[in-house]
Design a protein around this ligand. Structure first.
Ligand SMILES: [Zn+2]
Length: 442
């Protein structure tokens, strides 16, 4: 094992045309100690880079001195490492021009090695401030930012292509984006992010999607969204072939929210007349929202709010016995949630129809009317195996990225960072079955 081999391995250098001297010094630059290695880059060139003549022998191309450049590598024991590399100069006997040996370690006229650059890219994928990355790698945050901008797709979006199944969701964006909400959209099957749109307002969104080619827009077969209605028109305008799917978690959320509001109303009514019931209704909100079939009715235990032994089921029964209004709301919400969970659209629709001839608290009625309004798009949530779950997980991650750095007054930087992060850290998963029936079968 030669010393060159050992040093090359240690520094992570792949180029075998680089050899090292048996020499290592320290140099103080801007108050910081650097480890300095010395190396030489040489090889037999295939031809002349200036005139293109093929190099057969020293009749064609000869070595002609060297040019030393200093290259910044990564750190060893927190000390930045420099390589003083003597690059071979060649002389072409045909055209009389000279040229310098090249290496994939560093780009021409660059000081920072590609090793550092790819390390920066990897670090950018993690949730941390750009200034911190710079500090770790002993480069300026400007270098980090410049690297961010070189990563594929920083400024260009491919407007000629779109996935067949899209999932859309919004998130709170940087401060100076009007509306302050941006839209993230991903491939609903592979969960690969497609793009982030700065402004999710209707006019802006339409303009944005219209930039995609007609062919790309016609490719889109489904779009999964929440019930934020401005999107509906945008989707109809931009994706004429697409079926809209209301995300099933948002349907559950809508129902749970309505049920919760009724619980609060009933809780407030009892505040002064039955303070013990008030406390139960106040503290046990989670239990009220839990899907009825998931309630535990087997395990009994003591509970500070109750006398004697109780189970989850018994406690919920007690809470519902406080208010017939609450019980009525609880029942219809749970019937609908059950139908959704078990993909029984016939039941879901029958429940909604029956409800028309019944009285319900106003907040429940509003929820039912909303469901009626979106019923076509809701039906597809029973058929397709697509949801906005993955995209919402991403939105949580975006919040963390934003929290990690103040360098994101610039929307494009934020966007790039988000896309890098998702693409590097989440290797593409195979697409799940498109339809619920297929998923059950597999
Ligand atoms: Zn030449």
């Amino acid at each position: 094992m030669t010393h060159t081999y050992i040093i090359r391995k240690t520094l992570g250098i792949k180029d075998k045309n680089i050899t090292f001297e048996k020499k290592l010094t320290e140099e103080k630059i801007k108050g910081q100690n650097h480890l300095v290695y010395f190396g030489k880059l040489t090889y037999k060139p295939k031809g002349c880079v200036k005139c293109g003549v093929v190099n057969h022998s020293t009749e064609d191309i000869v070595k002609n001195g060297t040019k030393t450049s200093t290259i910044k590598l990564t750190n060893i024991n927190f000390k930045p490492v420099l390589l003083k590399l003597k690059k071979q100069r060649f002389l072409c006997r045909h055209c009389g021009e000279t040229f310098i040996a090249e290496t994939n370690l560093v780009n021409r006229n660059c000081y920072i090695s590609n090793i550092i650059k790819s390390t920066i890219s990897m670090e950018l994928a993690e949730t941390q401030a750009m200034s911190l990355i710079g500090k770790h790698l002993n480069v300026s945050s400007h270098t980090v930012l410049r690297q961010l901008k070189t990563i594929d797709g920083y400024s260009k979006t491919d407007y000629s292509n779109l996935p067949e199944h899209l999932s859309l969701d919004e998130f709170k964006s940087v401060k100076n984006v009007s509306g302050a909400m941006s839209l993230l959209f991903i491939d609903a099957r592979t969960h690969k992010p497609v793009d982030i749109v700065e402004n999710r307002q209707q006019g802006y969104l339409t303009d944005y999607f219209m930039r995609y080619s007609l062919k790309a827009r016609f490719q889109v077969k489904t779009v999964t969204i929440d019930m934020y209605s401005p999107y509906l028109q945008v989707i109809k305008d931009c994706f004429p072939q697409a079926e809209i799917i209301i995300d099933r978690f948002h349907i559950v959320q809508l129902l749970n929210r309505a049920l919760n509001q009724i619980r609060i109303e009933e809780m407030k009514k009892n505040r002064y007349i039955r303070p013990r019931d008030y406390r139960k209704l106040k503290q046990q909100w989670k239990l009220v929202l839990k899907n009825e079939p998931d309630l535990n009715y087997e395990d009994f235990f003591t509970h500070r709010l109750y006398e004697g032994m109780v189970s989850e089921y018994i406690m919920v029964e007690y809470l519902l016995s406080i208010s017939p209004r609450l019980r009525k709301s609880y029942e219809i919400v749970n019937q609908l949630k059950w139908a959704l969970k078990n993909r029984r659209f016939d039941r879901f629709q029958a429940i909604l129809n029956e409800a028309k001839g019944n009285t319900y608290p106003q907040k429940i009625r509003t929820a039912l009317t909303t469901l009626e309004k979106y019923i076509e798009a809701i039906e597809r949530a029973f058929i397709y195996n697509l949801s906005n779950g993955p995209i919402e997980g991403m939105n949580n991650k975006i919040k963390n990225i934003k929290r990690s750095g103040y360098g994101y007054r610039n929307f494009r930087n934020l966007k790039q960072r988000i896309l890098i992060s998702f693409n590097l850290l989440n290797p593409l998963k195979p697409a799940k079955p498109l339809y619920f029936e297929e998923m059950k079968a597999s």
